[in-house]
Design a protein around this ligand. Structure first.
Ligand code: GDP
Length: 338
């Protein structure tokens, strides 16, 4: 049985990837950083119904000795490095932590592969944020990078170290430059989930407005379930390489709002307000990917449209809020005013 090790297994992509690998017959191991909120740790794996099928091992990406120990214990055929401090806005508040986890953390995993188990195939979760202030209207593998946040700069370091370990040591290291990918499991701090959660709250009378930042930015949004398949396909290739993964369609935050509120029968202009507190010190105005290489070499293509994904996310958030309000204990209901 093939074995896979996933860092960041409790995140959105980790959960979908674990589900895919289990279906493909893998034994799936996940590196787990213990935290005080233990019951929340497996929330996404639980939502997908795979929590009991994965093996979680205590360890921390920023602690090389724990990564070395896990690599020696598991000896995985494939290693997927998805762990990161992944929220761009927070990276200005915690630039060093972001550098340690998102940048150095990746190199800890690369070092563990090189020193302990060089036969493993390695996947690095690179990001379209590395294109930042875009240098070409459509971004592909040859487009120069121009990071615009501590997060993007840390991702760029990890990306080039992945390329470097492939070229220096002949390791099977691939990097997926993934454009934004979302789902009902996306963290609430990201704009898609913030919008679909806001739509659900407003629709159910739990909120009356939604505060957002820059509505003019555009993103190339795909579904995480499609994107984890691209990760897996990269590690099935004889030759390691780097690939852009994107839908090829870019949409503004404004149009996303119209779509999500419209799905629930609401006029977004009546509810969305902007706040300068939510603007970023430096913005990535446009991301628009060209995934021709992934399509032709990997045979990968997205299966879910933005409209379908937004509908799935709004439905999931409506269901979550309905379930929460239905089970709310009477005292809590009284304290919250009804
Ligand atoms: P990112 O592309 O990885 O930074 O993903 P996000 O979902 O966090 O942000 C996507 C875009 O939405 C960025 O250009 C943000 O400036 C913009 N945006 C506008 N309002 C908000 C907001 O309230 N929250 C977040 N997270 N992003 C917002």
């Amino acid at each position: 049985m093939r074995k896979a090790l996933i860092t960041g297994i409790t995140g959105q992509d980790g959960a979908y990837l674990a589900q895919l690998l289990l279906r493909e017959g893998y034994e799936v191991y996940g590196l787990l950083r213990r935290s005080a909120s233990a019951e929340l740790i497996g929330e996404r794996l639980r939502w997908l119904g795979v929590i009991d099928d994965v093996r979680l091992i205590d360890g921390d990406l920023s602690d090389l000795s724990s990564v070395l120990r896990i690599m020696a214990e598991v000896k995985p055929d494939e290693v997927y490095n998805l762990a990161a401090q992944s929220f761009v806005h927070a990276s200005w508040q915690q630039p060093l932590l972001t550098g340690n986890i998102t940048g150095i953390g990746a190199v800890n995993v690369l070092e563990a592969v090189r020193l302990v188990h060089p036969a493993a195939r390695f996947y690095q979760a690179s990001s379209s944020e590395m294109f930042g202030k875009i240098q070409a209207a459509l971004q592909n593998e040859t487009t120069p990078f121009y990071p615009r946040s501590p997060y993007a700069a840390a991702k760029l370091y990890a990306h080039w170290m992945t390329v470097n370990y492939r070229e220096s040591f002949g390791l099977h290291c691939s990097s997926g430059i993934l454009f934004n990918h979302e789902s009902p499991l996306r963290g609430i701090e990201f704009v898609t989930r913030k919008v679909t959660d806001g739509v659900a709250r407003i629709k159910l009378g739990l909120a009356s407005e939604l505060k957002l930042g820059n509505l003019d930015a555009t993103r190339d949004w795909g579904h995480a379930r499609d994107y984890v398949r691209a990760m897996w396909l990269m590690l099935q290739q004889e030759t390691p390489d780097d690939y852009v993964v994107a839908t090829g369609r870019t949409t503004s935050i404004r149009a996303l709002c119209a779509m999500a509120f419209g799905y629930a029968g609401l006029d977004w202009t009546a509810y969305v307000h902007t706040s300068s507190d939510l603007l970023r010190p430096a913005e990535v105005d446009v991301l628009h990917g060209d995934a021709t290489k992934a399509r032709t070499t990997l045979g990968w293509a997205p299966t879910c449209t933005l409209e379908e994904m937004v509908a799935e996310m709004v439905e999931a958030d409506l269901a979550r809020h309905r379930a929460r309000t239905a089970t709310r204990p009477p005292t809590e209901a009284l304290l919250a005013g009804g």
